[in-house]
Write a protein that binds this ligand. Structure first.
Ligand code: CU
Length: 235
């Protein structure tokens, strides 16, 4: 009888632990409200004329009175973000893009940076003509020693949805860049790039520059949806 009770108790505890972990991880994966790219007209592309949608993102080195941390319900992540000065993408990492469209994303980058481990990630990949504009100048990559972050869309490996891979290296701001009252560069980098979406699908994206905390700086904001990783939903 005692043994049976023990077995039942073990199972109950096991279920609670597993269920609790799932709830915890799901909560950790919660993202800010989605932002949708706005269709602004039509554009001529190598695939013919397509709807043209635009989306603006910014990268901040830390939150401040002027720029709040990502709006997620994960209070622990938010307090760590404030105390450890986590960098983040804003206004959201939860991106909605129209299917079969030319999408132009503009990133305004206020953070510093350094050397990226894999120089491949300092190359522009997956855009319409293989380039992006950096402060108005067309480039196919940047110096691997002066990377701030990357914006890298990829898909779940087991997925059967259309192929979508985009890698955009985002350059760092120099240590001597003049800053405003909140400590952000007065003259941030602006990166603009365009790519074509296919059928609807669900993708993930993240930053591949080691801008986080912990082991090889891939912890903290690097593994937090809302900060340096998120989702791309093609609808
Ligand atoms: Cu980053």
């Amino acid at each position: 009888m005692k043994r049976a009770l023990f077995t039942v108790l073990s199972v109950v505890i096991g279920v609670l632990v597993v269920g609790g972990s799932v709830a915890l991880f799901s909560a950790g994966a919660q993202e800010p409200d989605p932002i949708a790219a706005k269709v602004v007209g039509k554009a001529k592309t190598p695939q013919g004329e397509l709807p043209h949608a635009e989306l603006d993102l910014s990268i901040y080195p830390n939150s401040s009175p002027a720029v709040p941390p990502p709006a997620v319900s994960d209070r622990l992540a938010q307090s760590e973000s404030e105390s450890q000065q986590w960098p983040f993408y804003t206004p959201s990492t939860n991106l909605e893009l129209p299917a079969h469209s030319l999408v132009t994303i503009r990133i305004t980058q206020y953070d510093s940076g350094g050397q990226i481990y894999n120089p491949y990630l300092a190359k522009v990949v997956g855009t319409v003509d293989g380039s992006a504009t950096y402060d108005g100048e067309k480039k196919t990559g940047i110096d691997p020693n002066t990377v701030g972050h990357t914006f890298t869309i990829h898909q779940f490996p087991e997925s059967t949805q259309p192929y979508l891979y985009v890698n955009i290296p985002v350059p760092m701001n120099g240590a001597n860049a003049p800053t405003d009252a909140n400590g952000y560069p007065k003259d941030p980098h602006v990166i603009e790039f365009s790519f074509i979406t296919g059928e609807p699908g669900q993708y993930i994206w993240n930053c591949e520059f080691p801008c986080g905390t912990g082991y090889v700086f891939f912890g903290g904001p690097m593994q937090q949806r809302g900060w340096m990783s998120g989702t791309v939903t093609v609808v």
